[in-house]
Ligand binder design. Structure first.
Ligand code: PMP
Length: 285
């Protein structure tokens, strides 16, 4: 099926959508993105993603080409035009096209904005939620402003390839002896009654799913500690899991070949996944 995508104000068939070869997203990775999931044809935590988009743009002094209201309308129109009931919507904004120069172009340069959908049946009923995922560890060799959701995804891409080569599903990144996050998700361990995840800072992406899941965990009287943890601590944990907009809450059952929590998904991850999906479906737009 030919998808309808959105490019700079127009809805077009995907094979007719183009951007300039001088786009700074292409030349300098001078762009940011967001990913919002769709369940039952509705957007999950749209407001959270719109807020983080604005923050990423502000941190890079990049103009926002659309209001939040317009952005919601574009997301909804793409859901409608593509008959999307379950899947993802990708949004990319770059500083636009300008003659190649490291310095930012003049302020009247139009930012580029692109949105496209990906249908994914079984996003909520992902069989991996029952079996869990395997992760390996790799050094975190990304740049220092991982809190900005830029389109520089080469290192995470290399991490996924390393995981695949090792027969695992993903990689957790380690810096200064502690885990920062997964290549495309936030990382957690559970010890006793306590959920432990890296505190916010420039070192990790401030996951929109993370914020919602931690709020729900606290509301359910679970104990949360936001602090760094080591791989040794992770391997000895009772449970491990990750969160992201595309996987929600996903159990981790093996870390660097060591089974975690007996090698089967844990109760805390299962409960949080259920609470998260229930709550978010109720307030989806
Ligand atoms: N960390 C990284 C590096 C990511 O790429 C992602 C997913 N975009 C996340 C965390 C999770 O963020 P979110 O819950 O907002 O999808």
């Amino acid at each position: 099926m030919t998808r309808t995508v959105y490019v700079n104000g127009e809805y077009l068939p995907e094979d007719q959508a183009t951007i300039s070869i001088f786009d700074r997203g292409f030349l300098f990775a001078d762009g940011v993105y967001e990913v919002t999931s769709v369940l039952d044809g509705k957007l999950i935590d749209f407001a959270g993603h719109a807020r983080r988009l604005q923050r990423s743009l502000d941190e890079l002094e990049m103009a926002n080409p659309v209001t939040e209201e317009d952005l919601l309308e574009i997301h909804r129109e793409l859901v409608r035009a593509n008959g999307l009931t379950e899947g993802l919507i990708y949004l990319q904004v770059t500083r636009g096209a300008a003659d190649r120069d490291f310095a930012y172009p003049s302020e009247d340069t139009q930012p580029t904005i692109v949105l496209f959908t990906q249908a994914k049946a079984g996003l909520a009923d992902n069989p991996m939620a029952k079996t869990g995922m395997k992760v390996i560890s790799i050094a975190d060799e990304r740049w220092g402003r991982r809190d900005i959701k830029t389109v520089q995804l080469l290192y995470p891409s290399m991490g996924k390839m390393a995981a695949k080569a090792a027969g695992a599903h993903d990689a957790w990144m380690v810096e200064d002896g502690v885990v920062t996050e997964g290549t495309s998700n936030n990382a957690y361990i559970v010890k006793g009654n306590t959920i432990i995840t890296r505190h916010l800072g420039h070192e990790i992406l401030h996951g929109i799913t993370r914020a919602a899941v931690l709020r729900m965990a606290r509301e359910a009287q679970m104990k949360v500690e936001e602090r760094p943890f080591t791989m040794e601590e992770a391997k000895a944990a009772d449970e491990a899991f990750v969160t992201s907009a595309s996987t929600f809450v996903m159990p981790v059952v093996e870390i660097d070949g060591t089974p975690v929590g007996g090698g089967t998904p844990g109760k805390v991850a299962a409960r949080l996944r259920e609470i998260y999906l229930d709550e978010m479906r109720k307030v989806a737009v």
